[in-house]
Design a protein around this ligand. Structure first.
Ligand code: KG4
Ligand code: ZN
Length: 361
């Protein structure tokens, strides 16, 4: 079947076409096109996403992306599309509404099945996607062998640990009590006067600094790792942000310039330390077979490296399956894939689909 995915929950407008075939023993997953317009430049000067500007950009870009995908892939909605999957939460409601309304209109006009998909299911299932321009065959027996699994979903708006017994069966076991991990990268980057989004920039500076550490003249600051030893799976990042702010305010201008890479390094270390510690607490407590990660922060290479090191060091017999980098951040292909699996549960009436800021799964 051919699925049209639509994603407008935050600051990326994305339309995707995903082909999925299910046989008795296998799934064949073939992302045919993933079109995306990023709004980073528009939100950069505000240091974060401005909902009404995001909404206007989706409104402007979505029809053009739709036209482009139809022309490039030479498809006809009436003839070729079997399902429309649209993100309907969680996210910024003014942004979500653009994608939801667009998709509902298509579903009505072309009389197509439609499903409102959780953005979190999309991030969670993105580990099943092949790298860009590739196809993937997943045998059902392999898929079944991965469960139960723990998913760490880390993005600009969410930090969740999810216990997953099987596809479509999700149990949130921990989440952030305040800022999300990506938000912490973005807000601390703003303190350091770096641009938005902060995650990739902090990560680049940190990587550069890491190789210089043996020769570094600077004392690396020591930031807190909030809640790291608490006996639960929750997170808190606002204290780390405040610690960075106080540290930064005490520095002179010349010191700030010199210390930026060291501070970026320590921010990345602190955030990834907490994420890794809590994730492995969950893995050990729940005795799962697999760890998957998803969301923008899942593209952080230091996080991936620390997870691999921990598995090796503790000699754990678990699969670690990160998504391809291009599907870690927001995209419509993961929404189409989540729509495919959710369509086993329910197909919705287009009249009843709405947008929900706090939808979970
Ligand atoms: O999943 P995503 O694209 O959008 C949301 O659903 O929020 O995640 C965006 C977040 C931003 O906070 C961004 O700073 C962070 O992901 N991010 C990273 C990296 N790439 C993106 N954080 C750390 N390291 C990265 N390499
Ligand atoms: Zn996201």
């Amino acid at each position: 079947m051919l699925i049209l995915g639509v994603e407008t929950s935050c600051d990326e407008t994305s339309i995707g076409l995903l082909e999925v075939k299910k046989t008795k023993a296998n799934f064949f997953i073939n992302p045919k096109s993933n079109l995306l317009v990023s709004q980073i430049k528009i939100h950069q000067k505000y240091g974060g996403v401005v909902p009404i500007l995001a909404s206007r950009e989706h409104y402007k870009n979505l029809p053009f992306l739709f036209k482009k995908i139809i022309e490039e892939e030479k498809i006809s909605i009436a003839r070729d599309i079997n399902l429309i999957a649209v993100t309907n939460g969680p996210g910024l409601v003014p942004a979500l509404l653009i994608g939801v309304n667009f998709s509902k209109t298509l579903a009505w006009y072309f009389d197509k099945p439609i499903i409102g998909v959780s953005h979190l299911s999309g991030h969670l299932l993105s580990f099943l996607l092949p790298p860009l321009e590739e196809k993937k065959r997943i045998s059902l027996s392999y898929l079944n062998s991965l469960f139960p699994l723990i998913a760490l979903i880390v993005s600009g708006g969410h930090t969740l640990l999810v216990y997953c017994k099987k596809i479509n069966d999700y149990d949130i076991i921990g989440e952030t009590l305040d800022d999300a991990a990506g938000e912490c990268f973005d807000k601390t980057a703003r303190i350091l006067n770096l641009s938005y989004p902060g995650g990739p920039i902090i990560s680049q500076l940190s990587q550069k600094y890491r190789v210089q550490i043996p020769n570094s003249k600077f004392q690396i600051p020591n930031f807190p790792r909030p809640m790291i030893n608490q006996n639960n799976y929750n997170f808190s990042f606002s204290g780390l942000k405040t610690a960075v702010l106080y540290f930064w305010q005490k520095l002179k201008k010349e010191e700030r310039e010199k210390l930026t890479p060291a501070v970026a390094y320590e921010i990345e270390e602190a955030i990834t330390d907490v994420l890794v510690k809590k994730t492995f607490k969950a893995i050990n407590d729940f005795e799962v077979k697999t760890l998957v990660i998803g969301g923008g922060v899942a593209s952080n290479l230091r996080l991936r490296e620390k997870i691999e090191e921990t598995i090796k060091k503790e000699k754990l017999k678990i699969n670690f399956i990160p998504p391809p980098l291009e599907y870690s951040t927001d995209n419509a292909i993961m929404i189409a894939l989540a729509g495919f699996f959710e369509s086993f549960k329910k197909i919705e009436d287009w009249r009843k689909i709405d947008a929900f800021a706090n939808k979970k799964f």
